[in-house]
Design a protein around this ligand. Structure first.
Ligand code: 13P
Length: 308
């Protein structure tokens, strides 16, 4: 199985499979301090360490979260952060049966990014795509060499007036390069997770797509570009509304496919939760319930059983 020599092969496969387990997906809570500041500002809170800690405590202590959430991606600060009652956030996640992950933007020792954004309105140039794909592949290889499952994230941004066909065309090129360079770098496909954006029309496009259309295009892209050895396809929400992201995921899981098609949402899991909290301790329970509602909805969508 292991094309990458090294003692971590079994562990990588096991971790990737655990994250890609039925009815579960990833809670992306890796907002950088700057992005977290924007989210806090939207509910009138200052971007202090205490407020970030309070919010992240709320997220990770939702009772039963691990039934729907298999992994959580953390920002560097959270890796060392404690809950408001003094427990390590990482330990709380493990107790919840959730695999903690780390965004490597800040902890990298090399200038490689785990997430690569491609913007359609101004490009992308072939050279930029090549460079981005190479960077993702090098990051993936280095992660595996160190026993970490890389989440490979080629994100095609939603911004733009382009239609769904243009997104499909660009994504085909980007994914082709990404998988070519992953193979060139001997990355073990059984030990990665892919975190792509869905194929949708640009956010400013006049023609909207139904969940069935998004599913048709996105599954076609998976079939053409992603080897079934990749155990989990964990879609980001990219600015879709909470319900939209759930409906699209559900549509993709209406028929069996070779992968575990699931979610790695930040905004589409957290938006209502954050608003409900509003920074008030008396709202913590309601906010946690709101997060669980989204997590459960997406858990059903992962199984193709979401009914609204
Ligand atoms: P969104 O689901 O908000 O796009 O965030 C996903 C992500 O990229 C965070 O890691």
């Amino acid at each position: 199985l292991s094309v990458r020599a090294g003692s971590y092969a079994d562990e990588l496969v096991k971790t990737a499979k655990t994250v890609a387990s039925p009815g579960r997906g990833i809670l992306a809570m890796d907002e950088s301090n700057a992005t977290c500041g924007k989210r806090l500002a939207s509910i009138g809170l200052e971007n202090t360490e205490a407020n970030r800690q309070a919010y992240r405590t709320l997220l990770v202590t939702v009772p039963g979260l691990g039934e729907c959430i298999s992994g959580a991606i953390l920002f560097e600060e959270t890796l060392y952060q404690s809950t408001t009652d003094g427990r390590k956030i990482v330990d709380v996640l493990v107790e919840q049966n959730i695999v903690p992950g780390i965004k490597v933007d800040k902890v990298r020792s090399t200038p490689f990014q785990w997430r690569t954004v491609v913007s359609i309105p101004n490009g992308p140039s072939a050279l930029a795509v090549k460079e981005a794909a190479w960077g993702l592949a090098r990051y993936a290889a280095i992660s595996q060499d160190n026993g970490l499952v890389p989440i490979v994230e080629p994100e095609i941004l939603l911004d733009g007036e382009h239609g769904i066909d243009r997104n499909f065309e660009v994504a085909q090129k980007v994914w082709a390069e990404v998988f070519f360079y992953l193979a060139e770098n001997n990355v073990m496909f059984e030990g990665i997770l892919l975190k792509p954006s869905m194929v949708t029309p640009g956010a400013e496009c006049k023609d909207k797509a139904t969940p069935e259309q998004v599913a048709e295009y996105t599954l076609k892209l998976l079939q053409r570009r992603v080897p079934p050895a990749v155990p989990g396809i964990m879609f980001l929400s990219g600015g879709q509304s909470e319900v939209e992201a759930t409906l699209n995921l559900n549509a993709m899981n209406q028929a069996p496919n070779p992968w575990h098609v699931s979610f790695s949402y930040a905004r589409a899991l957290q938006n209502t939760c954050l608003k409900t909290w509003g920074g008030r301790p008396e709202n913590v329970k309601a906010a946690q319930d709101a997060l669980l509602v989204r997590a459960k909805a997406n858990s059903f969508a992962q199984l193709g059983k979401y009914t609204g």
